[in-house]
Design a protein around this ligand. Sequence first.
Ligand SMILES: [Zn+2]
Length: 131
Amino acid sequence: MAKKQYPTGKLEKFRKLILEKMNVVADEVVTIQDGINTSKNPNGAMSQDSIYSVHMADAGTDSHEREKNYLLMTREENYYRNLTVALERIDTKEFGTCIICGELIAEERMIEVPNTNKCVSCKLKEKLNLV
Ligand SMILES: [Zn+2]
């Protein structure tokens, strides 16, 4: 089966879009990192006891906030990795081609999930174990 491909011009447009997204994600990661750093106990000398007795509520919020930030961070890092994968696929011109049926994947889908390598219907079939 002949595999379809996005024309080079289109691929370059996708590349620009992905690079822009990567910049945004990188900025967000910096912001999250700042959040993690500032939410770390600012009074390093303070003992565990005093944190819990004096600032019990605050400490709870802090650790919750930190946990949230770490989760967010992991998500951003994964997303960043996905974008890197997408860029590699643009280089090899595999980008936007379904690895199962060889058809082009809809542009909107490629913008939404740039690292995808399956079209919606193949993805669905896969989910239902039909492939
Ligand atoms: Zn497909």
